[in-house]
Design a protein around this ligand. Structure first.
Ligand code: ADP
Length: 261
């Protein structure tokens, strides 16, 4: 049986705010095609709102508009994936979950049953939050889908979650603010203080979406699973790590051999 991998890609990779970044989606699909030889893959993808905005310019500062854009954009996003993935003979399937999906054992079991059948048949499940009915992630301007993808990895029994973001991993300070920030390649434990840091981007701490990623990592570490955080713009280091065990960039959150942060 192949090892299972959940890959989460953030909206900063998939869109520039106004339109979808097709080149990056192409690179992501090629990346998935390469990994599929070795792993069973589940993709968690944002991008529905950005996709909807290409068809209808509603004011995105209003939450109801964002929800409407998500319902316009979700099928377009899937169509984009379907077209690009067809080059690699990969068929995608859509699962729209909400945060509370995993609160219900029954719903979790039903969703897992579907996932198992899809993976057995080499289909690529693509999961997103059902933003049109659930406000959870849309209300937040940070960390979209990070915690949902950690739940996906845990409840659908994936040994590892890979988060593709706009940074090469977790640094000792925000790399977008400090040019002398150092990448921490192995983390085994995350302090409560870090998990409690103010999450809003533009806040005093300027944590961007990193706190929700740390929360995801913490949840997985506590459940004996691993997380790898690296760049979604440059997929090569993640590919090398996953296929050849070469760890040049990226942060591996794993119970063994890491530092405490
Ligand atoms: P995504 O859209 O991929 O989910 P986010 O923008 O939500 O990404 O989160 C990543 C951001 O977190 C980075 O762009 C970076 O500015 C910020 N950040 C803050 N502190 C750190 C840190 N210590 N290490 C890495 N990134 C950090």
């Amino acid at each position: 049986m192949k090892k299972r991998l959940v890959i989460k890609v953030g909206s900063s990779i998939l869109s520039n705010g106004d339109t979808l970044e097709l080149k990056q989606i192409e690179a992501l699909c090629q990346f998935i095609a390469k990994l599929k030889a070795k792993f069973d893959i589940i993709l968690v993808s944002s991008g529905a709102v950005a996709s909807g905005y290409t068809k209808l310019h509603l004011d995105k500062s209003i939450i109801e508009n964002k929800q409407a854009l998500a319902s316009i954009g979700q099928p377009l996003l899937m169509e984009t994936y379907r077209q690009i993935l067809s080059k690699y003979n990969i068929i995608p399937a859509q699962l729209l979950l909400i945060g509370s999906t995993f609160d219900s054992r029954k719903r979790t079991a039903y969703a897992k049953r579907t996932i198992e059948i899809l993976l057995q048949n080499q289909i690529l499940p693509i999961i997103n939050e059902n933003d049109s009915i659930a406000q959870g992630e849309l209300e937040l301007s940070f960390g979209d889908n990070d915690r949902l993808s950690a739940s996906v990895a845990h409840y659908f029994n994936s040994a590892m979650l890979v988060i593709l973001s706009d940074v090469y991993g977790y640094y000792d300070k925000n790399p977008l603010e400090y040019s002398n920030a150092n990448l921490i390649k192995n983390v085994s434990n995350i302090s409560e203080d870090l998990l409690k840091l103010e999450q809003k981007s533009g806040s005093n701490f300027s944590t961007g979406g990193i706190v929700t990623k740390l929360m995801a990592a913490d949840f997985l570490l506590k459940n004996d699973r691993e997380m790898f955080l690296c760049s979604g713009f440059d997929l090569k280091p993640t590919l090398e790590f996953l296929l050849n065990d070469i760890h040049s960039f990226g942060t591996l959150f794993s119970k063994t051999n890491g530092v405490n942060i």
